[in-house]
Design a protein around this ligand. Structure first.
Ligand SMILES: [Zn+2]
Ligand SMILES: [Zn+2]
Length: 309
């Protein structure tokens, strides 16, 4: 018999769905990896209904926006402090707090930087894990070891328009780490060139309010789902409800054609709005949902299970 031990959507306020992007470049005081002006970026995201934005320039924290005369609050947005660490080491989105060792030549071992993130109270997302440079350098064991060692690395960028999708890779990691150590998935733009990357996906964060404390809590606890596909990305997850007595998970979603339930190694073991887990022999240690619409797909976070005989 299976018992549910990880429910990312327990006590989630489904009414507050904030559209977010946690990976964008804009050049300011910085490195020249992006030609984009931060004003242009902010206006573009605001115009497209984004409420949460982290400008994560390479090796530079473009924050607070007030430094260049902008107010996220006046736009009804939340600006998250962030930067993308490293060029040739595993690129990592460092959020909420800064660290000093942000460049390849500042660290001999990437773990020195992650140690500093832990000490300073930052949290992080491993960016585009299928980046061509990583394929041999960072194997599955590295991800398992790294996520196990560093709780501050709460997430993985499953979709990034420039690189190979990492959904399969995410399943490989979840297959080993669940239910002890969930890794929350996000989708990111990595906007360098607006036409190629902007708004190719998005992440929805369900937070009690649009404050740093609420949004950070929501992100670190997996109160999120993410979408990719063509605009308008109209799949909306309205609610995911767990009934522990019945041993079922039910999803309510709009504009879907099909709901898929996915377990170990990406295997779809059920189709439909309801999933019974208690006596489900096909179920491994996690299940996640793919809500498939016409031209877009929404992805839930994983639920975790233990076997209680
Ligand atoms: Zn990158
Ligand atoms: Zn980037």
């Amino acid at each position: 018999m299976k018992e549910l031990v990880v429910n990312p959507y327990k006590d989630v306020n489904w009414k507050n769905q904030y559209k977010a992007n946690l990976h964008t470049h804009a050049n300011r005081w910085a490195t020249g990896h992006s030609e984009l002006d931060p004003h242009e970026i902010i206006d573009l995201y605001h115009a497209h209904g984004y409420k949460i934005l982290a400008i994560t320039e390479h090796l530079a924290f473009v924050w607070p926006w007030e430094k260049f005369g902008r107010s996220a609050e006046n736009l009804g947005m939340l600006a998250i402090k962030g930067a993308e660490l490293f060029n040739y080491l595993h690129q990592t989105l460092c959020l909420f707090e800064t660290i000093t060792r942000t460049a390849d030549n500042d660290v001999i071992d990437i773990y020195d930087a992650y140690d500093e993130m832990e000490i300073n109270g930052a949290s992080g997302i491993l960016a585009h894990p299928r980046y061509p440079l990583y394929l041999e350098k960072y194997d599955l064991n590295w991800y398992i070891e790294t996520y196990t060692k560093y709780p501050c690395l709460f997430g993985m960028e499953v979709f990034n328009p420039k690189y190979q999708e990492a959904e399969t890779w995410w399943d490989k990691i979840l297959s080993i780490l669940m239910p002890q150590r969930p890794v929350w998935g996000v989708a990111g733009h990595d906007t360098h060139i607006i036409a190629n990357e902007f708004d190719k996906n998005h992440t929805i964060i369900m937070a009690d309010r649009l404050s740093e404390t609420s949004v950070r809590y929501a992100m670190e606890n997996g109160h999120m789902y993410f979408l990719n596909g063509e605009t308008p990305r109209d799949v909306v997850i309205k609610n995911i409800h767990v009934d522990k007595d019945k041993g079922s998970i039910d999803i309510t979603a709009e504009n879907t054609q099909r709901i898929e339930w996915i377990t170990k190694n990406g295997r779809v073991i059920e189709v439909g709005n309801s999933f019974s887990y208690k006596h489900n022999d096909a179920l491994d240690r996690y299940i996640r949902i793919r809500a498939v619409g016409d031209n877009n797909i929404a992805y839930s976070q994983p639920f975790g299970f233990i076997d209680i005989g």
